[in-house]
Design a protein around this ligand. Structure first.
Ligand SMILES: [Zn+2]
Length: 324
């Protein structure tokens, strides 16, 4: 019987659970609200019930292990997490140990962006190529990243690898959630795009169709509102998207000169606006890396979308089980 992995992606908003086969196909997928602020016991109870339900629905599938992806650094051997950003109360807690006690299956927990990189490498944007190195970047509320180097996910010595959202881009730039200033996340994330639009419109210096789009309620402006206005050639929106794209381009150029990857894959909600960002983004890449590296590193949109981390968690669990 073909072995399957029960895979979980604990995201900031939703937690996805599914059963993944060796070809990276997700079956019996279900999604629950993460609601991390309700505390550890609540999420853990709901997660265990959702896993039980998925196992019940999958009696015809041979489940051999559990893989979990989540934001924040995790000790790969013990599964102990260090300050996961969306899960207050989970610091120093081992989800691995807790799930292993419940399900008598081996559990493997890793950083979600690193696992997404692995999934894109094996089954997504990197599949069918002879790539060695792939960088995955998710641009949404924040910016996260993961690396596959020589075909192997690179977690870093403490599980922090790929946190490129906190790479410094603008000295004395906007305040970032990490406590720093001018991090890539603070100037190029969906949150930064929406904030810039609100700041410009509330200053009253320029006007834009975005004001009508949100019925005058500037707090309803999201990065999607800005992207939609930019598609209608609204000048304020176009400039905001281009500015974020330039900063993202600077961040990518820094990664390229440090790692020289074969490909960079962009996921997260803002990747739906990647077409709008590409001209400014590639101008920065060409100015800062292509010129002297000889050719431009490929930058493309994620193939696997919201399922990348679930598929990656399964690949990671599978390869960890079979390398034992
Ligand atoms: Zn930061």
């Amino acid at each position: 019987m073909e072995p399957h992995i029960l895979a979980v992606d604990i995201g900031g908003t939703n937690t996805i659970i599914g059963v993944v086969n060796q070809q990276g196909n997700v079956k019996n997928r279900l999604s629950i609200l993460t609601n991390g602020q309700e505390g550890r016991t609540s999420l853990l109870d709901r997660l265990i019930r959702a896993i039980q339900k998925t196992i019940y629905l999958s009696t015809d599938l041979h489940i051999v292990g559990i893989g979990v992806g989540m934001a924040g650094p995790t000790d790969l051997s013990t599964g102990v997490m260090h300050n996961p950003p969306h899960l207050p109360g989970w610091n120093n807690f081992s989800l691995k140990e807790s799930l292993e006690n419940h399900f008598s299956l081996s559990v493997f927990v890793g950083n979600d962006a690193t696992l997404s990189a692995l999934a894109e490498y094996k089954f997504g944007a990197g599949a069918g190529n002879s790539y060695k190195d792939l960088v995955y970047i998710t641009v949404s509320t924040g910016i996260g990243g993961g690396l596959v180097i020589n075909g192997i996910p690179h977690f870093g010595s403490r599980g922090y690898s790929g946190e490129i959202g906190h790479m410094a881009i603008v000295p004395r730039g906007p305040r970032c959630d990490c406590g720093g200033n001018g991090c890539l996340e603070s100037v190029a994330s969906g949150t930064a795009i929406a904030r810039d639009a609100r700041d410009i419109l509330s200053s009253g210096v320029k006007d834009s169709i975005m004001r009508q789009d949100v019925g005058g309620y500037l707090n309803r402006i999201t990065s999607l509102v800005v992207a939609n206005a930019a598609r209608q050639k609204d000048q304020v929106a176009v400039e905001i998207i281009e500015k974020a794209a330039r900063y993202l381009g600077i961040g990518l150029a820094n990664i390229i000169v440090a790692l020289d990857p074969d490909i960079i894959v962009i996921g997260g909600g803002v990747s739906n606006s990647l077409d709008l960002m590409m001209p400014s983004l590639t101008r920065e890449l060409d100015k800062r890396s292509t010129k002297w590296l000889g050719s431009r590193t490929q930058v493309i949109k994620s193939y696997l979308g919201d399922d990348a981390a679930v598929i990656g968690a399964a690949c990671f669990a599978s390869s960890s089980l079979y390398s034992k």
